[in-house]
Design a protein around this ligand. Structure first.
Ligand SMILES: O=C(O)CCC(=O)C(=O)O
Ligand SMILES: [Fe+2]
Length: 311
């Protein structure tokens, strides 16, 4: 695949000392918003997760996925894609486990019904520490977008509704004569995703011109991506890109996605609507949208969001 496209890389490392209102904050806010408009995602250089924590996360994930299937299946949830998702027939390389956790003003609250390797506590603490730092990145990015669009007065109400899902993925390397498809093309259904991997590439993103391109990540890099929720909220100013995973080489790939959702109504602020940009999506409850998507007959729609609440 020839790469005509390259995702912008945006510096969120400590050396930039991004303080709200500072010159570097304002410059970064514009870069962030433009990238989410143009590609729907960007690469974030982010060093809050130390190399030690990063290693502990991926070592823990390897142990977790190495557990016998019966044990992994104990991580169950009523919510789709939250518990253990074992083999999916058409993408046998993929396996995932989702963890539901709640974030409150005083920090991360709890993980729900999780069975961990190595005794629960050690890895539980590791992944929660990791989640908290990724949530900080997600919150910063969201705040920047709200400010850039001059709707920061809505930010506090938005934050009150945010809830997260953390999903961990393992993609094994394909065997000879096996398809290298790791994950099917899709858009994310949440608001903002923060994605990270164990140093093994595989993510591919579809540009607005229809071209698929690979994303080459340094071990310390993260992908920040807009989901359908952000696209609807912004009246399609932000782009929710199709993306997929393709496995090359013979190393397993581990990745972690933090998905922010709103436990509440997503409604386009009037600032996004004018004669040239008529309202595209009716207000909707984010969880109702997920329920709609998880119905078999809706999963293969070209735009699930338009079918659900398009004007
Ligand atoms: O593993 C990845 O890099 C992508 C996973 C993904 O797109 C998803 O879980 O929605
Ligand atoms: Fe995704």
């Amino acid at each position: 695949m020839v790469n005509m496209h390259k995702l912008p890389t945006i510096d969120f490392t400590n050396k930039r000392s991004l303080k709200p209102g500072s010159t570097s904050w304002l410059a970064t806010s514009i870069e962030v918003t433009r990238a989410l408009e143009e590609y729907g995602c960007f690469i974030a250089e982010f060093d809050k997760v130390t190399p030690e924590l990063n290693d502990a996360v991926f070592k823990g994930l390897q142990d977790l996925f190495d557990l016998p299937t019966e044990v992994k299946m104990q991580n169950k949830s009523a919510k789709p894609m939250y518990g253990y998702v074992g083999q999916i027939p058409f993408i046998p390389l993929y396996e995932s486990m989702g963890f539901d956790y709640a974030n409150t003003a005083d920090g991360v609250q709890s993980l729900v019904d999780v069975v961990w390797p190595n005794g629960n506590e050690a890895f539980s603490a590791t992944i929660l520490a990791y989640n908290k730092l990724c949530d900080e990145l997600e919150e910063m990015v969201t705040r920047m977008v709200f400010e850039t669009y001059d709707v920061e007065k809505n930010f506090d109400d938005h934050r009150k509704m945010v809830t997260y899902l953390c999903r961990c993925m393992k993609y094994r390397a394909p065997e000879e004569n096996e398809s290298n498809k790791g994950f099917v093309p899709h858009t994310d259904k949440n608001f903002i995703t923060v994605l990270h991997q164990n140093g093994v590439n595989g993510l591919e993103v579809k540009a607005r011109d229809g071209e698929w391109f690979t994303v080459d990540l340094e071990p310390s890099s993260y992908i920040v991506m807009a989901g359908d929720g952000a696209m609807a909220w912004s009246n399609e100013r932000l782009h929710s890109p199709f993306h997929r995973v393709t496995m090359n080489g013979n190393e397993s790939r581990y990745s972690i996605a933090q998905f922010s959702f709103l436990d509440g109504i997503i409604e386009t602020p009037k600032e996004f609507v004018d004669e040239e940009h008529p309202l595209r999506f009716k207000p909707f409850h984010h969880f109702k949208y997920l329920e709609f998507f998880h119905k078999e007959e809706n999963r293969r729609l070209e735009s699930v969001l338009k079918a659900f609440c398009g004007v």
